[in-house]
Design a protein around this ligand. Structure first.
Ligand code: GDP
Ligand code: IMO
Ligand code: MG
Length: 411
């Protein structure tokens, strides 16, 4: 069972990029299954920072094959830019494969995303403005253009011209996309076939989630969600394989919570503690630069994420950020309309009304960024991790204590 699914267990930006890069050292293939360049995955190796949006975070390992799966939406301009940016820095990008069945983000998707957000006024979702929602809407309506159209100039031009309503600048768009096609053609592949060849050869496939469980179109805090399936099940539909291959489902969770964009967030802190988490944790978006909202760990929401993903282990990130705090709180239950509840309501309105009930932990107030074993962590930090293992009923094999690849405790 050589596949591992790595999934964001909160609202995105959990540190999936860092953990993917770490685990990619032992993988043969790293594959993204959904989303597009709304994702921003940071990998830092020996002080060199890489922000990846479309290309899997395994790309810095020279022997890893990288797949952009069928469930993704691809802005070819951004993909070309990302490939070039990596190539300039000496990364061999010939190992990057894009599914011919993935959908193309077109300029009209971006314009529509931005126009829809502007029209929502005070009821904004706070999208990344990358055209993600409109591209997935066209896919579901069966009027989208797939990456495979880039293999045939005439087909691509015809598809662009056929767009309804007609784009006023469709010929200019066609010219632009033909240029992208020329560059991307060597990367376009039947990635389902490729993946099954690798599985048959006993290779290890690491499936890298984007976004997070609570942003899932079906299982997140709708309508404050993205338009794809960040949950583990999305890996199967987005890459075209089945559960029999999966051995581990790793949920990546921050030691606290953040959210970027609008929507309910019961443990959000709008006080100086929240500011401190943002400041110490550097909580500014990798894609949009927006300040993230920050708050305490929400165990109610995380228990929900454990279930909808079938998480078999957790990877906890940014534990070092909590070193700045004298006291740490964790939400263990909600109060909703006079009742104490332990299960997260997925209705956004109900969730917005939930008031957190906290359990308090003493902070350790010392630098843990040099710890490389659990035993090197202060007792109070060890207790926090043990509490999580106990609460969620799964082991924690990876604890991240800094953004660098090697600032990690792995057992
Ligand atoms: P992703 O979208 O899940 O890949 O996460 P992002 O890259 O958008 O955001 C995570 C941010 O936290 C990045 O700036 C990482 O460099 C940083 N990061 C990851 N793990 C740690 C950690 O353990 N400690 C600290 N201080 N920063 C971390
Ligand atoms: P990574 O992979 C955090 C959020 C947006 C917005 C909502 C919908 O880096 O964890 P969209 O542009 O997708 O239609 O926006 O989803 N969002 C993310 N938040 N991390 C991400 O990706 C996100 N991708 C989308 O902020 O609230
Ligand atoms: Mg991110």
């Amino acid at each position: 069972m050589p596949a591992i699914i790595l999934v964001g267990a909160q609202w995105g930006d959990e540190g999936k990029g860092k953990i993917t890069d770490l685990l990619a050292a032992k993988a043969d293939v790293v594959a993204r299954w959904g989303g597009g360049d709304n994702a921003g995955h940071t990998v830092i190796v020996r002080g060199e920072r890489f922000a990846l949006h479309l290309i899997p975070s395994g790309v810095l390992h020279p022997d890893v094959e990288c797949i952009l799966g069928s469930g993704m939406v691809i802005n070819p301009a951004r993909l070309v830019e990302e490939l070039d940016g990596l190539a300039i820095r000496g990364v061999d990008v010939s190992r990057v494969r894009v599914s011919s069945a993935a959908h193309l983000i077109m300029p009209w998707h971006i314009a529509l995303d931005q126009a829809q957000e502007a029209a929502r006024g005070g009821a904004k979702i706070g999208t990344t403005g990358r055209g993600i929602g409109p591209a997935y809407a066209d896919k579901a309506a069966r009027v989208g253009i797939r990456v495979g159209a880039m293999l045939d100039d005439a087909a691509l031009i015809a598809a662009i011209r056929a767009h309804n309503p007609p784009a006023p600048d469709s010929d200019a768009i066609a010219q632009q996309y033909l240029k992208f096609a020329q560059i991307l053609r060597p990367h376009i592949a039947d990635t389902v076939l490729l993946l099954h060849q690798r599985l048959a050869a006993g290779k290890t496939i690491l499936c890298e989630g984007a976004q997070g469980t609570l942003l899932d179109l079906d299982h997140g805090t709708y309508p404050f969600v993205t338009s794809s399936s960040p949950v583990a099940g999305g890996a199967f539909t987005g890459l075209g394989f089945g559960p029999k291959h999966v051995r581990r489902v790793i949920g990546v969770a921050k030691a606290y919570s953040t959210r970027v964009g609008a929507g309910p967030f019961p443990t959000e802190l709008t006080d100086v503690t929240g500011d401190k988490l943002v400041e110490v944790g550097g909580e500014f978006g990798t894609t949009t630069g927006r300040r993230r909202r920050a708050g305490w760990l929400d165990a109610v929401a995380l228990r929900y994420a454990m279930e909808v993903n079938g998480i078999t282990e957790l990877a906890v990130t940014k534990l070092d950020v909590l070193s700045a705090l004298e006291e740490i709180q964790v939400c263990v239950a909600y109060r909703l309309r006079g009742r104490r509840i332990l299960d997260m309501p997925t209705d956004a309105q109900a969730l917005a009304e939930c008031k957190p009930e906290y359990e308090t932990f003493p902070g350790w107030m010392s630098d843990i960024t040099q710890a490389r074993t659990r035993a090197e962590l202060p007792d109070k930090a060890q207790r926090y991790i043990e509490w999580m293992e106990n609460e969620f009923g799964v082991p924690i094999h990876i604890i991240s204590v800094g953004p660098e690849r090697d600032q990690t405790i792995e057992d």
